[in-house]
Design a protein around this ligand. Structure first.
Ligand code: G1P
Length: 291
């Protein structure tokens, strides 16, 4: 049973400057909801209510977002705006959210290592705080279902084109069925020619507690970062690891173009915006095509 989730949200957001100079990339809104709120919602929709968010310097607004804002609530009550009052109260009560700070931004493996006391001897879900998904079954639920079948580390994967492969962790292995691969290799951000396959790590994992010992065993890279991918490679020597093809669409808000695409897609799915926004886009695209 997976009861806990860890959301690493300590990264510096260097791909989204200047917006991320003084605000966390995880707080960038997709229309009006901060990205990390979608990620927390994915946990809740997958039955997980114990969530540890790994933050760091400059990330305090994430804690504020999931805390109460009594003054604001009071104002909204005075206006008898029940809808927004309930929305605000929903955000601070959606899950049991804990926070811990990663003291130096030393990579994803180091961030996950901060969760060792919180997770103890239990397997746990990891959801990267800068990606959201749109799927019929929440991706984390899909991961939990796979864990319950295999009782092993599960890595979410998606196929990506060769020109993008070097942005991802990439797994190699053998497919046992349409969606399940037995992993025999994993490499962080390989050059396209060196990638073991076209299957990229997609921001969601179920990790066994053995990952913490594996993180201890790997040396830091030249830039002092400790990569989760390197720890998973070490773990492969001791226990089987499974990759699961995700069913759904993954949106990465870490890159500006992907963030724009995400916003457009989400706007076209929102009842109140779909029609007028589509009309606006059609008009603009016609003008754009005529140029
Ligand atoms: C991280 C992981 C990488 C993974 C990617 C997307 O990289 O290190 O293995 O493929 O997330 O899930 P980042 O995007 O933080 O550089």
């Amino acid at each position: 049973m997976i009861r806990k989730a860890v959301i690493p949200a300590a990264g510096l957001g260097t791909h989204f400057l200047p917006a991320t100079k003084a605000q966390p990339k995880e707080m960038l809104p997709i229309i009006d909801i901060p990205t990390i709120q979608y990620v927390v919602q994915e946990c809740v929709d997958s039955g997980i209510e114990d969530i540890l968010i790994i933050t760091g310097k400059g990330k305090r607004s994430i804690e504020d977002h999931f805390d109460r804002n009594v003054e604001l609530e009071q104002r909204i009550l005075e206006r008898e705006d029940e809808f927004w009052y309930n929305e605000l109260r929903h955000i601070d009560s959606m899950a049991n959210i804990h926070f811990i700070r990663q003291k130096e931004q030393n990579g994803l493996g180091d961030a996950i290592y901060c969760a060792r006391f919180h997770c103890g001897n239990e397997p746990f879900a990891v959801l990267l705080g800068d990606s959201v998904n749109d799927s019929v079954i929440p991706i984390t639920q899909q991961m939990i279902d796979a864990y319950e079948q295999y009782h092993q580390t599960i890595i979410a994967v998606q196929q990506v084109p060769a020109e993008k492969i070097s942005r991802y962790g990439v797994v190699g292995g053998e497919f046992l069925s349409d969606r399940i691969m037995r992993v025999n290799d994993i490499v962080e951000k390989p050059a396209a020619e060196a990638a073991p396959s076209s299957w990229a790590v997609a921001g969601r994992y179920i990790l066994t507690p053995e990952i913490f010992a594996a993180i201890e065993r790997i040396p830091s890279r030249a830039d002092r970062t400790v990569e989760l991918t390197d720890a998973l490679k070490v773990l492969l020597q001791d226990e089987p690891v499974t990759a699961m093809r995700i069913e759904g669409t993954r949106y990465d808000i870490g890159s500006k173009l992907d963030y724009l695409k995400t916003t457009v897609d989400f706007a076209l799915k929102r009842k109140e915006f779909a029609e007028p926004f589509a009309a606006f886009l059609r008009e603009r695209l016609n003008e754009f095509d005529k140029k």
